[in-house]
Write a new protein. Sequence first.
Length: 385
Amino acid sequence: MSRTSRLSAAALTALLAVLLSLVVAPASSATPPRGGGGHHGAGAEDLLVIGHRGASGYRPEHTLASYELAARMGADYVECDVVSTADHVLVCRHENEISGTTDVADRPEFADRRTTKTVDGVELTGWFTEDFTLAELKTLRAVERLPELREENTLYDGLFAVPTLDEFLELRRDLSRELRRDVGAYIETKHPTYFDGVGLSLEEPLLADLREARLDRRNSPVFLQSFETANLRELDAARVRVPLVQLLSAGGAPADLVAAGDPRTYADLSTAAGLAEIAEYADGVGPEKSQVIPLEADGTLGEPTSFVADAHAVDLLVHPYTFRNENAFLPADLDEGADPAAYGRAIEEQLRFWEAGVDGIFTDNPDTGVVTRDLFLDPALAPAA
């Protein structure tokens, strides 16, 4: 019987209440390994909890408040997605279209900036970071992206500015000093082919910011990731010394391959042969979690695929995304009640993935991620059946 099956909902609730008070204890070392995934003798220093867009389950995503909370909850790395402004400054947003994550739609002075663009083959209407200078973006304020599911987070709407990558890296430095451990930076370049096409390449200012922050060394606590392939190959060819991570998806294809007429899809890249090719330029992969453990036809959690074993066979780390506590994002058999915004049995889900051999997880709820990693590494923490 697996350990997850012994954890009743009541026991999990009690355990979580105890362990959440402990997550301010020192987290794992944030020095990234260069490939070589697997759980052979793994300890907390090998298994990473990555704060997805910060602690976005508790604060509006990609704000300094969200990043800080993730670190204080024990995240080893904090994720920052970067896009460009009109004056070529990298800022932290999940998308360059910002109507869902800022109050720009309520700003009459920017009404004429609303436009329609095609980004990676998708037509979008809204407001785009590349049409604003940094000074203009700094007048906007962040809002919760999922207000229907995270009503509590709307309490913070209008409080936080859009941060720059430099500000994120400065916060990382300050928190590392205060917490007396390295807080890592896990940086994603968003839509690099699109930004190349509008004359606002992301890689050059990214590398400049890392150099300025003294985070361009081999042992710097940094990962660089992308859903595209060409920019990662270029970074590898430029002998970038921090680890590179190829993001994958359960559907679709990398935008750069589509633009080049290359027929390969994410499914092709996720095969054993595709992963071996990725290993030529990257140190890890970030699959959608369903690529590691798919859902059954009835929505329940199925059995692990060969993905982790295939990736580890070519020395790739595996950091799947995205783990969230709400019923809306959980397998049907791990829901608790009918309210999509209520928390379900997220601990059980995450334990299944640790047991499947992943090397880290992206989660909106870093405190829960720390708890599940501790449970996985120390079965004695689990309550008796």
